[in-house]
Design a protein. Sequence first.
Length: 338
Amino acid sequence: MQSLRETLQSLRASPVFALAVLVTLGLAGLYGLMIVMMQVQPGFMGMAHFTQPSHRMHDLTFGFIFVPTVVGMLAQLRRPSKNVGGMVMALIPWVGLLLAAILSADVARVILYNPSPSVIAMTVIAALLHPTGRGFFRSFSVSRVSWVLLALVAVAAVPLLAYAATNIGLQATVPDDHAGMGHYGFIAAFGFTVVGVGILASLRPDGWWLPAWVAGLLPALLGLASLVYPDVSSTLGPVWGLAAIAWGVAFVAAAELTQDAERPTLLGSLRGSRGVILIDGTGVRPAEDRPPGTPRWANVAGIIAIGLVLVYVILPFTGGRPGGTGGHTPPVGGAQGH
């Protein structure tokens, strides 16, 4: 009941921000549902791409890129002012995707011919409408940095960035179906995302435990997928797959072991919630500060922006130009059949 009250309080305090968050989650859910339908019914809406085994690693990696955004946006439904880390994390995959697109000189196939543009736009809109306003980065300071976590990120960054660089080269030079669908760009973006989320967790802003767990989860997912599909393009292989899983577990364990009372992790928060937080010796939990509201002009601009994104998404279903759903159907060479 307490969680529900906090969620409703946040929704009432910044309704347009909450709408942006819900639309973002709705779009991500829609695209996820479409992928499931393509598995159940190949050829759904003329798209059978996600049913092809040769693209399995790339398809899974593209799905993994959405995880930080979905998890980060879910955290904004409850006490967004205390989950700045989640909001920043939601932006990181799209920075990584943009970086991969620019470095491979292939923005069209890496970004435009897939469902990401509408989710990217909504995530940015939500960040701009965030209730913390000018205090968004207030919880970032050198005193909060976890040097242990930062060292672990540095260790992982070497193979991850090498992995990303290799795939950027493939995206830019190899004329195969994978490049035609922007798949190598997805792999590069994933590498950038893991490093970015890991650095964010190491900075330990408000809500830092969420990026810490996601930073450990992402390489573990990639490693597991590599073990299941050891012979497809861009797989890590068994040895590096196991190494990725081990690093993910080590990162989460390090986050749990280095937490403090002021900035607990997920498990630390759960343990703390069982007791009573004392304030002034009263034995009463402190009342949650009412989240600040978003300025009216920002709300108006946000509503207009959300409306434009929804129009972009709806157009393909009404016979307009291909947009939000993308369909993985770029008008290039050998990729036509996907």
